[in-house]
Every structure is written in C-alpha cells, then in structure tokens.
Design a protein around this ligand. Structure first.
Ligand code: AMP
Ligand code: MG
Length: 345
C-alpha cells in the first residue's frame, strides 16, 4: 500500500514536469509610502513567510528612522537643523548619509539629499496633501540662496550642522538602501532566490526555478509595461519617473524630482531606469540621471559607475547605453527613429 502511494505521488510529480513542486511564497505590505512585494522561491512556505515577515519589520524600522518629517533619527536631525543646532548622528544614519554624500559628489550635486526644505516647499513631502499650485518664485529663491549641499553639512565627527532651515530628505535613495538590506537579510536566512519589489523598484537574487526573473518597466505615459528586462544572479532595477508624484497647474506638469540648480522640477525627462547590482546606487543614480536631463545623462552615469541606463524624454524618445540595449526587450517595437544608443564618455 505504502509503495503504491509513493509511486502515485512520483507519477503525479513527473506528470507535472518536475520532481519537486515549485514553491513560491509571496508577501505584500505597505512601507515607505509604497506597496512592497517580497517573492521567495524554492524554500518551504513557513521558512519563506518567517523571512518575509522580518523583511517587513526591517522596512518599518527603516521607514521610521529615515522619514525626514517623523520622529525617528532623520526627523530628529531635521528638527535640530531647523532650530540652527548641531545634530547628533547615530552610527547607522551617519553611514547612510556618508554614502549619500559620496553619491551626491559623484553626481556633481544633481542627486542632493540636502534639499528637504525645497521638497517641503513644493508640497512633495509624503505627509502632505497633493499640492495644487507651485510655490511663489520668491520662496524658491530663498531656498536656493541657502545653497546647502550634504557635503557641507556632514563634518568628520558624529555631528552634522548647517545653515538654519536646511533639511535632509533621503527620498531619492532610502528605498534603494532598504532593498539592499532586505536582500542581505534574506541571504543570511539562507534564501538564494527572491525578489524584493518596492513599488516597481526592486532587486532580484537567484532565479525563478528554471527561468531568470523577468522584470517589467512601466510606460511613463500609459498604463502597462513598455519593456522587460531579465535578471539572473543578482541585480537591481530602479526607475525614477515624473508620473510618481505630480500635479498639473495651468496645463503644466510639476513633479517631485527637483533640480537643485533651479529649485524647480527637472525638465525634459519622463523616466529613467537604471540597472546595477546594488539598489542603493541604482536608486540615487536614477534620480541623478533624471536631473541631468535627456541630453547630458551619459556623463553623470559614467561618473557614478552606471553602465545600464534607459532614459525616456517627455516627447517619448528613448535613449540608452549599449549595455542596456543588449538586455532590454520592448513589448511593442517603438517607432523607428525613437531609439538612440548613447555611448558613455
Ligand atoms: P526617486 O523617485 O528615487 O527619484 O526619488 C524622488 C524623491 O527624492 C522626491 O520625492 C524627493 O523626496 C527626493 N528628491 C527630489 N529631487 C531630488 C534630488 N535632486 N536629489 C535627491 N533627492 C531628490
Ligand atoms: Mg532614486
């Protein structure tokens, strides 16, 4: 009887085309203002679920710590800065800010986490209702005149100080660092095949069984997917888009990615997708390339060590690096003449 049972189970498995049923466990939660999906492949559901729950609490802790406007570590730093007092940094925040300073320098300040007060002025901080009109020009000029860069705030000790009113905002970087940490947590738990996807920005490790992970890239102007990229091994794909947070006033679209040189939304680009092994770098780079603009982004990519990037301008023209061109598959062929391959300097 027992033998027959085993044979029947084996036959069923062979019929299904595999010796062991694939085990994919999915968890979904909200953190850092976005839906986070954790997909874990190839380990028993109990183990996958336990690891996924630890990822969830990691995201919640980091959200609190790095929320510029809350009561966690970064929020307290911003309150001290606002009061014109030096702010004490805990070792973890210090490390994240030091990395942000490094990436800001390598992007010539186009990625600039010290523009928190501009983000707030425009009404794009997460705790505010959707803004309806741009701020007065005079108020933007006041912010620009402060001229603070993260490099000027972060000194060598464990304190940070700057001109009163300056605030830090890690919105262009924090999600990437959180995804890296989530992946490290999964790897330490012995999980080799997984995706941590925070609102379309993600890092994948391993494979989905026999197949690589296949990642969709959103069309910046239509619902649905424009292209797909395969990831196998370890890779992050991050997109910055003008469709994520924006308002329209008198027919003009004002979005949340600000050009630190003008104090206003960066012009000319609709979305930037960056692929890189590390999601923190991919996140900061997508923001920086967006600000660099449809013409000048290759120089910024080269300075940041990014070799795979795709930029879609507000007219729908697509430009990308040769390495990205080799990887990306468009769902529908874009019209001829719309795609341009840009060598990196
Ligand atoms: P992302 O979607 O990664 O491009 O991040 C956009 C968010 O980063 C915005 O909502 C702001 O909080 C913040 N941000 C806006 N402009 C910049 C900039 N030039 N450099 C760094 N962070 C920025
Ligand atoms: Mg970013």
């Amino acid at each position: 009887m027992i033998r027959l049972g085993v044979a029947a189970v084996l036959a069923a498995a062979l019929l299904a085309g595999c010796e062991r049923p694939p085990e994919e466990t999915k968890l979904r939660f909200t953190a850092m203002g976005t839906l986070v999906d954790v997909t874990i492949y190839g380990v028993p559901p109990d183990r996958a679920r336990a690891a996924g729950e630890r990822v969830e609490s990691l995201f919640r802790d980091l959200h609190r710590a790095w929320d510029p406007w809350g009561d966690g570590a970064l929020g307290q730093v911003n309150r001290s800065l606002a009061a014109g007092e030096p702010a004490a940094l805990d070792p973890d925040l210090r490390q994240v800010l030091a990395r942000a300073r490094d990436l800001s320098g390598r992007s010539d300040g186009l990625f600039e986490p010290a523009l928190g007060s501009l983000v707030k002025l425009w009404g794009f901080s997460r705790d505010e209702a959707q803004p309806e009109h741009p701020p007065p020009t005079a108020a933007i000029e006041v912010e620009l005149a402060r001229h603070a860069a993260i490099a000027d705030l972060l000194n060598s000790g464990s304190r940070l100080s700057g001109p009163p009113g300056v605030m830090l905002d890690l919105g262009g970087f924090a999600k990437g660092v959180a995804v890296d940490r989530a992946v490290e947590l999964l790897q330490r738990a012995g999980i080799a095949n997984a995706i941590v996807n925070a609102g379309g920005d993600l890092r994948a490790i391993g494979r989905r069984g026999e197949r690589p992970w296949r990642i969709g890239i959103r069309h910046p102007r239509k619902p649905g997917v424009l292209a797909a990229i395969e990831v196998q091994g370890d890779g992050a794909i991050f997109t910055s888009g003008d469709y994520e947070r924006y308002f329209v006033h008198n027919g003009t679209r004002y979005h949340h990615i600000l050009d630190p040189r003008t104090g206003r939304p960066a012009q000319g680009v609709a979305s930037v997708t960056v692929a890189h092994a590390e999601s923190g770098l991919a996140d900061a780079a997508a923001t920086a390339l967006f600000v660099a603009g449809a013409e000048n982004w290759p120089a910024t990519a080269a300075q940041l060590g990014i070799t795979e990037a795709m930029v879609i301008d507000t007219e729908g023209n697509i430009s990308m690096t040769p390495a990205m061109q080799r990887r990306v598959r468009f769902i529908e062929d874009p019209p001829p003449g719309r795609i341009r391959v840009r060598e990196l300097p």
